[in-house]
Design a protein around this ligand. Structure first.
Ligand SMILES: Nc1ncnc2c1ncn2[C@@H]1O[C@H](COP(=O)(O)OP(=O)(O)OP(=O)(O)O)[C@@H](O)[C@H]1O
Length: 326
C-alpha cells in the first residue's frame, strides 16, 4: 500500500504520466522522494537515470547513493557521464543544466535499447517543486526578464516523442523532506546548495523565509502569476506567428513599420528566435526598432550587431547574417 500523503498523491496523478516512466534521479531529497513515490505507485514501470557531471567532489557520493537506492529496490538505473563545457558568456550552471537535459534524453534511449522495461519509456519526470518555481520566478524578476522568464517552469511539455513532467511543481519542498523522514529514507545533501555565491541560494536562504512570514500563501500566489504569464506568452506567440505571416520572411521593412512598437518588437523577437535561434538583448531591440522607424529613404543603411551576427537591410527587407569566423 502506498504511504504517500494525499497532496503528494494528487500531484503525482494530476499529470497522468504515460507509462513506463523514467525519473531524473540526482540522489537529492526531491528526486529521491519522486523516485520512491513513483516506484511505490508503479513498481514494475519505473526506471531511473542519474547524470554524473563529475563537477563536484560530491559527485561520486551521489552516484553511489543512486546505485545503492536502485539496487535495493530492483529499479533499473542508467548512469550518464556528460562532458559539460560552457561556451563563452554561458555560466557553468547553465551549461551543466543543458548537458543534463541532453544526457537524460540519451539515458532514455539507452534504457529503451537495453529493453530494461517491457515497453519503451514514454515519459520522464523531474523533481522541481513549488519552492524551486518561486526561486525561478524571483531569479527572472531579478534579471529583468520578459514574459517567457516570468512564466517560469512549465509543468509538462513534449519533445522528441517523450513527455517531460514536473509532478512536484505544486508541492512545497519541505513537505517532500518531511515525507522522506517519516519513511526513514535518507538522501544526499548537495553541499553547493549552501553556497551563497549563487543567486538562487541567496533567494532560497534569505528571501524565501521572509516571504513565508509576510505572505504565507506566496507559493500558490506566485505560481498563479506564473500561470498568467504562461498564458499571456502563448497569446503573444500566436500574435507573432500571425504578424510574421504578414511581414514575411525575411521581414519587409515597410510592413514592420506599419505595426505598433510592441507588436513590432514581438514579431522581431519571434523571427530571430524561430529562424535564427538567437535572442536580442533589450537595448539591441530598442536600437533595431529605432533604425527600422528611421529607414525612410532608399539609401538608408541598417547594420546592427545581434548575438553572433548582424541584422542588415537588403533592399526592402531585413536579414540576419551570422558573422564569419575570424
Ligand atoms: N545529476 C542529476 N542526475 C539526474 N537528474 C538530475 C540531476 N540533477 C538534477 N536532476 C533532476 O533535475 C531536477 C532539478 O535539478 P536541480 O539541480 O534544480 O535540483 P536538485 O537540487 O538537484 O534536486 P534534488 O533535490 O532532487 O537533488 C532534479 O529534481 C532532478 O529530477
Amino acid at each position: 500500500m502506498s504511504t504517500l500523503p494525499r497532496a503528494l498523491n494528487e500531484a503525482l496523478h494530476g499529470l497522468a504520466p504515460h507509462l513506463p516512466l523514467a525519473v531524473a534521479f540526482s540522489g537529492g531529497a526531491d528526486s529521491t522522494a519522486l523516485l520512491l513515490a513513483c516506484w511505490q505507485r508503479w513498481p514494475q514501470q519505473v526506471a531511473a537515470i542519474h547524470v554524473n557531471h563529475g563537477l563536484q567532489e560530491a559527485a561520486a557520493g551521489f552516484e553511489a547513493f543512486a546505485r545503492q537506492f536502485c539496487t535495493a529496490r530492483g529499479i533499473p538505473l542508467h548512469i550518464e557521464y556528460p562532458h559539460a563545457r560552457h561556451a563563452s558568456g554561458e555560466s557553468p550552471e547553465d551549461a551543466a543544466r543543458k548537458a543534463r537535459y541532453a544526457a537524460l534524453a540519451r539515458g532514455v534511449q539507452a534504457l529503451n535499447q537495453a529493453q530494461t522495461l517491457p515497453q519503451p519509456i514514454a515519459s520522464i519526470a523531474l523533481a522541481q517543486h513549488a519552492d524551486d518555481q518561486v526561486e525561478t520566478l524571483l531569479l527572472a524578476l531579478s534579471r529583468g526578464a520578459g514574459l517567457p522568464g516570468l512564466a517560469a517552469m512549465p509543468r509538462q511539455w513534449e519533445r522528441n516523442g517523450l513527455l517531460w513532467l514536473r509532478p512536484w511543481l505544486t508541492v512545497p519542498g519541505p513537505q517532500l523532506r518531511h515525507w522522506l523522514q517519516q519513511q526513514g529514507q535518507n538522501w544526499v545533501e548537495d553541499p553547493s546548495n549552501l553556497d551563497l555565491h549563487y543567486t538562487r541560494n541567496r533567494i532560497r536562504h534569505r528571501i524565501v523565509p521572509v516571504l513565508e512570514q509576510a505572505f504565507p500563501a506566496f507559493r500558490q500566489t506566485l505560481a498563479r502569476s506564473s500561470a498568467h504569464a504562461q498564458q499571456a506568452q502563448q497569446i503573444l506567440e500566436e500574435v507573432a506567428q500571425a504578424d510574421l505571416a504578414v511581414v514575411g520572411v525575411p521581414p519587409s521593412i515597410r510592413a514592420l513599420q506599419a505595426l505598433s512598437a510592441p507588436r513590432q518588437a514581438n514579431v522581431l523577437r519571434h523571427w530571430l528566435k524561430q529562424h535564427h535561434g538567437i535572442a536580442a538583448q533589450h537595448r539591441q531591440m530598442q536600437e533595431l526598432q529605432r533604425q527600422i522607424m528611421a529607414c525612410t529613404t532608399r539609401g538608408h543603411q541598417i547594420h546592427l550587431k545581434i548575438a553572433n551576427g548582424h541584422v542588415q537591410r537588403h533592399n526592402a527587407w531585413l536579414h540576419w547574417l551570422t558573422s564569419s569566423p575570424a
